[in-house]
Design a protein around this ligand. Sequence first.
Ligand code: 5GP
Length: 191
Amino acid sequence: MKLLIDRILQDGRSLPGGILKVDSFLNHQLDPNLMYKVAEEFSRRFAGKRFNKIVTIEASGIAPAIMMGYILQLPVVFIKKKQPKTMDNMLVSEVKSFTKNRVYTVCISRNFLTPDDHVVFIDDFLAYGNAALGMIDLACQAGATIEGMGFIIEKGFQGGGDRLREMGYDVQSLAIIDSLDDCKIMIRGNQ
Ligand code: 5GP
């Protein structure tokens, strides 16, 4: 997606350890126009699928997911990274965080992920695929079906995309980073 690629090249910063910092439009300050365009592109890419719900994970997946939910008039559920004391009936899984280097518990209410649900999962980044595997585990527990997975930025060199595609998932990434070596951002299809 050209608009996104141009923005990553303009505002993104490559940090040591294979981390891309895009906090001026995605991870801290948010650009609603870009998020809307991203959501339109996801809606277009998943137009051939039948799904009734969008699932994401807090915090940075929520902005694109809610825009997509608005466009398609579908409910949006976000997986929580802390189990709320006030909620029972939760499905729980564990996810290894790439950026924070620790394991955390994620959860979603059985009321909002059920065997009747066909969902598209949306997130900001795909790195090793751990968050997506957490989603797959929760969907399995719920008996829900994952129709596709959409990521704004995939870091192709960290292998999560290959892993998920080998598992048979329809993975759509709007920008694929091939390398962040030497503080240079190399984006697939843009060389
Ligand atoms: P994964 O679970 O695929 O290993 O990593 C994806 C999650 O880690 C995303 O939800 C995102 O929050 C975070 N993440 C992974 N790589 C990056 C990165 O390069 N930059 C930022 N800002 N977040 C990342």
